[in-house]
Design a protein around this ligand. Structure first.
Ligand SMILES: [Zn+2]
Length: 366
């Protein structure tokens, strides 16, 4: 499994670099073809290609479909591997994308190998979907994921597990971004400042107002994260803008929050505001269907002598899309490790076979 992981990690695949991600897609597609899957490479113009691998191991006809999701892209720009090469030491494998989530890709292949080796057959058709653009917004893959989810009885997401004990993710926040543009009027900061309308001042006032939309109790967070404005130090700025990170725990709060954003009115006389964007990933809510999937995974883990817990994650994944369609979705089934999106990214090697076995068990049990 480490060799397989190494092959994936050594192919750098930043979301924005189509040539690299396409290469990664070819490597992944080849592994699935070798295992007898019906593989389709979904060609994309702008982003990297997606890979869909369908596998039916049984005789007769499948009694349904299970969708297994993961992504082949990473957040690391080309050349990162030279600075943080793949390294195996002290029971860990370090390197870009090991944890998020090339380890998950290796787990899926190993789970299928294991099923074949011991002759266990899932009752359902398995569809593995590996998209190329999860780390940006899944803009070109969302439609495929949703279409496939609608045909599935359950969705298993191989995003990394949470914490050293490898918790599964049974709830995730919905995520979005808004942009606020503030228009003022330029003037000389010394000669006639009163003739100007300071857009940076207006943005500061709006920022204070936006921070009041936070409601930790309801799981709503609003953070102004990137701002800019002004031109030179002696000019009253006529423009400022901000990006705002939005998160919600309940879909019911999306429209309310977006309405509040659209309803922002200028505070300074003569200023004008434009607000765009909103929630683009719905929350993964902990429905009874999700809890049922989790309990089954927990039972299988117990048979393996492992304790398995659940958690609530602040970040989103493609599981958010499938859960929002009402398809029971279990996330965080990937590897155990830490340091996603950082120079300290690693996986615990002993978790690789454990998680592969857990996934194989689920594929047979569902
Ligand atoms: Zn990920």
């Amino acid at each position: 499994m480490v060799r397989l992981l190494a092959r994936f990690v050594r192919c750098e695949s930043p979301t924005g670099d189509k040539v690299s991600v396409d290469q990664m897609a070819r490597i992944v597609a080849r592994e699935w073809r070798r295992r007898g899957a019906k593989v389709e490479v979904l060609r994309q113009k702008l982003r990297g290609d997606h890979v869909r691998a369908e596998l039916w191991l049984g005789p007769g006809r499948p009694s349904g479909q299970i969708l297994i999701l993961g992504h082949i892209d990473t957040v690391y720009p080309l050349g990162t591997l030279a600075k943080m090469p793949l390294r195996v030491s002290r029971g860990c494998a370090w390197g870009p994308g090991t944890f998020d989530m090339k380890g998950g890709l290796a787990i899926a292949l190993a789970a299928v190998d294991a099923l074949k080796e011991v002759g266990l057959r899932p009752r359902k058709r398995l569809v593995f979907f590996w998209n190329s653009d999860e780390e940006i917004d899944s803009g070109t893959s969302r439609q495929f994921i949703e279409r496939e989810a609608m045909r599935s009885d359950a969705v298993l997401v191989l995003e990394p597990a949470y914490g050293a004990e490898g918790r599964l993710k049974t709830a995730r926040k919905g995520v979005g971004t808004a942009e606020i543009k503030v228009f003022g009027r330029a003037a000389h900061a010394g000669l006639n400042p009163e003739a100007g309308v300071n857009a940076v001042h207006e943005l500061a006032l709006q920022t204070a107002r936006l921070m009041k939309l936070n409601d930790p109790h309801r799981g709503i967070t609003v953070q102004v994260t990137v701002t800019s404005g002004g031109t030179v130090s002696n000019v009253v700025p006529d423009f400022a803008n901000a990006q705002v990170d939005l998160r919600i725990s309940r879909q019911a709060d999306a429209a309310r929050l977006e309405r509040k954003l659209r309803g922002l009115r200028p505070i300074l006389k003569g200023a004008r505001i434009e607000v765009t964007g909103g929630i683009n990933r719905p929350p993964l809510e902990r429905t009874p269907g999700v809890v049922d999937l989790f309990r089954r995974a927990q039972g299988l883990a117990a048979e393996m002598g492992l304790t398995l817990d659940e958690c609530f994650a602040g970040g989103g994944s493609d599981g958010n899309f499938t859960a929002a369609l009402g398809i029971p979705t279990l996330d965080g089934l990937g590897v155990v490790g830490d340091g996603a999106h950082s120079p300290r990214e690693y996986v615990l090697i002993r978790s690789l076979p454990e998680r592969a076995a857990l996934l194989a068990g689920l594929l047979v049990a569902l």
